[in-house]
Design a protein around this ligand. Structure first.
Ligand SMILES: NC(=O)c1ccc[n+]([C@@H]2O[C@H](COP(=O)([O-])OP(=O)(O)OC[C@H]3O[C@@H](n4cnc5c(N)ncnc54)[C@H](OP(=O)(O)O)[C@@H]3O)[C@@H](O)[C@H]2O)c1
Length: 297
């Protein structure tokens, strides 16, 4: 491989994939709607005119489907056609541990389309990201509360660095993986255990506020999440509460040769960032301070 197109290249996994590809001595072309820096290319899933130029000279592509779109296939299928026409050899799709290959609208349908594209392929199916708690929602976590409808259900949360490490192998290995890869961290944790780990890292209490799926849906909608996507996220939490994500896999070790990072190690690295968010956050306005509902797949 000499050039890899990284869609979502400014995001949580894509930025790490681009870094890993570059460190392997391969050109990472970062696709973004706001492309400005060298190495970036203007790309919008909703604008097929941007697909061809982004794909020119590309041998492999990392696909982060348009986020929050319940049926992404109408936006992604033209890209798959353009990729095949442009001579792209390999596609690696980011999906989710919660989503199997399917004909129903959603990431499972993209899984099916990528597998059937005729190109070399892999579908990454990670569990929930540790970065949900230390990335974009860090300020809210620092304010002391995480909200979910997961009850006491456990999740094999994973560091996005480990997802990216697997993605880089799937993109660059000489032999195509041609399979889906279910990725987890080393341990499944429930939200109370996650909140306790956050409390230890921050030095003050973070609590898990358990709500019903309906209440979570309303909460997410109040934060600006589109109602249909809020319903998807609430239903996923409900699945977690029934134990559907209470497992770990050895895939990160199998593919990369090293174990996935624990949440404790992840927090040790991110504590300084969490604490600086805490210093910057405005005083809480509600009776229980700011709340967070981490992003799901
Ligand atoms: N969070 C979790 O726990 C979790 C777990 C499993 C799976 N997932 C899956 O992970 C995916 C999100 O991946 P991520 O967290 O790496 O990304 P992210 O941090 O949410 O960033 C989204 C990326 O998508 C790009 N983007 C958004 N809309 C776009 C559009 N219309 N055209 C082109 N680019 C667009 C953004 O780029 P620009 O803004 O620069 O254009 C950005 O780089 C979702 O599919 C989700 O289902 C998440």
């Amino acid at each position: 491989m000499s050039t890899v197109l990284v869609t979502g290249g400014t995001g949580t996994t894509g930025s790490r994939v681009a870094r890993g590809v570059t460190e392997a001595g391969v050109v990472a072309r970062i696709a973004s709607r706001r492309a400005a820096a060298p190495g970036q290319v203007h790309f919008d899933w909703a604008d097929p005119a941007t697909h061809g130029p982004a794909l020119s000279g590309v041998e492999a592509a990392y696909l982060v489907a348009p986020v929050g779109v319940v049926d992404p296939a109408p936006l992604v299928q033209p890209f798959l056609r353009a990729a095949a026409a442009a001579g792209v050899r390999r596609l690696v799709l980011l999906s989710s541990s919660a989503v199997e290959e399917s004909e129903r609208p959603g990431l499972g349908d993209l899984h099916r389309r990528v597998r059937a594209s005729g190109l070399e392929w892999a579908v990454l199916r990670p569990s929930w990201f540790m970065q949900n708690f230390t990335g974009q929602h860090a300020a809210s976590v620092a304010a002391g509360e995480v909200v979910s409808a997961t009850g006491s259900g456990r999740i094999g949360i994973i560091d996005a660095e480990d997802i990216a490490a697997v993605a880089v192998r799937a993109l660059l290995d000489e032999e195509p993986h041609d399979t889906d890869l279910v990725l987890t961290g080393p341990q499944a944790l429930d939200y109370a255990e996650i909140a306790a780990a956050l409390s230890r890292a921050l030095g003050h209490q973070v609590v898990h506020r358990a709500v019903t799926p309906a209440a979570l849906g309303r909460h997410l909608t109040s934060l600006g999440v589109p109602p249909e996507w809020a319903d998807v996220l609430a239903a996923l939490d409900d699945d977690i509460s029934r134990g559907e994500q209470d497992f770990t896999t050895s895939t990160v070790s199998d593919v990369t040769g090293r174990p996935p990072r624990s949440f404790a190690d992840h927090l040790a690295e991110h504590t300084r960032g969490l604490r600086s968010q805490e210093r910057c956050r405005p005083a809480p306005t509600g009776p229980r301070g700011a709340v967070v509902a981490p992003s799901g797949p």
